[in-house]
Design a protein around this ligand. Structure first.
Ligand code: FAD
Length: 292
């Protein structure tokens, strides 16, 4: 949305294609504490709405559509949609990332019936119940804290013997007596039936001992993978599939830029996605000036 805002403001004929809702991952959590300019924090949904309103004010055009492929062969590039094709002089890929799956038995079958990847979406269903959070990074611990508003107990399961979340977030979790920590264990499978999740089988990392944890909800936060399946192989990417750019957001294909979480980079946050988006739009503008 920031790339779109900058592109529209520089009077490019810019179209933003979005398959779901404007805001991306911001629509899946409650509050943003670390975006500059909001000392009391800001609602994630509200921040997305503000950026969207600002981009629309500058004349950004939008269309609700899924991009299924790109044809980057010529000077004019083709964007393939499920129901047609568009042409553009330059493309900024800002398709973000999606949560990783655990890949264990029961996960796929019970998704939406106790297995979730979004606490803000699903936490209210678990009022007064015991739930598990799988993961030990910032997202997992922040989501565990959010879940304590609803659940009677939140078990954080992490495969290492220490959390990876930043100290300030860890401290909040250690002070919350609704959260308990199960360290050095992985989830071997998720048990349940028609009525939903009934529990987890855990496996000790050091001793391979199996144990059962009765919970009715499992929230999985074990990293993310790039939404780059629709991007052709000529755009270079790293091993997990994140798109490689230079520091001006240019990919290996001239006229194709990438910004935000889909990009190979160190820190995937709103503040860096916003910076990438602005740089990508500025560079796209320069590319059109130089080539058309
Ligand atoms: C639970 C959680 C908590 C977080 N907390 C924070 C926080 O407190 N502070 C912070 O700074 N960051 C936080 N983040 C990270 C932050 O949300 C991301 O870094 C940021 O949203 C990245 O923005 P993006 O635009 O690159 O990607 P995304 O937000 O992933 O947006 C990409 C968009 O592209 C669309 N899209 C994907 N593929 C296609 C396609 N083929 N066709 C059309 N549209 C497509 C998607 O629908 C999506 O709307 C959190 C993330 C999560 C999951």
């Amino acid at each position: 949305m920031t790339a779109g805002l900058y592109a529209a403001r520089s009077r490019m004929n810019a179209l933003l294609l979005e398959q779901m809702g404007f805001g991306g991952q911001l629509l899946t959590y409650e509050k943003v504490d670390n975006y500059p300019g909001f000392p009391e924090g800001v609602g994630a949904f509200g921040l997305a709405e503000l950026v969207s309103a600002q981009a629309l004010k500058f004349g950004l055009k939008t269309r609700n559509a899924e991009v299924v492929g790109l044809d980057l062969g010529g000077a004019i590039k083709k964007i393939i949609l499920a129901d047609g094709e568009l042409q553009a002089r330059t493309i900024i890929i800002a398709s973000g990332a999606s949560p990783n799956k655990l890949g264990v038995k029961g996960e796929a079958e019970l998704t939406g019936r106790g297995v979730s990847y979004c606490a803000v979406c699903d936490a209210p269903f678990y009022r007064g119940q015991e739930v598990a959070v799988v993961g030990g990074g910032d997202t997992a611990i922040e989501e565990a804290l959010y879940l304590t508003k609803f659940a009677s107990r939140v078990h954080v399961i992490h495969r290492r013997d220490q959390l990876r979340a930043t100290p300030v977030i860890q401290e909040k979790a250690f002070q919350n007596d609704k959260i308990s920590f199960i360290l050095s264990k992985t989830v071997a499978d998720i048990k349940g039936g028609q009525a939903g999740v009934e529990g987890l089988t855990l496996c000790g990392v050091k001793d391979s001992q199996l144990s059962v944890l009765p919970v009715t909800g499992v929230f999985v936060f074990v990293g993310i993978r790039p939404n780059s399946a629709f991007v052709p192989a000529e755009v270079n990417r790293d091993r997990p599939g994140f798109l490689i750019t230079d520091q001006e957001m240019a990919t290996s294909v001239p006229g194709v830029f990438a910004a935000g979480d889909v990009r190979s980079k160190l820190l995937r946050q709103i503040v860096t996605a916003v910076g990438d988006g602005a740089t990508a739009a500025f560079n796209a503008f320069r590319y059109i000036e130089d080539h058309f």
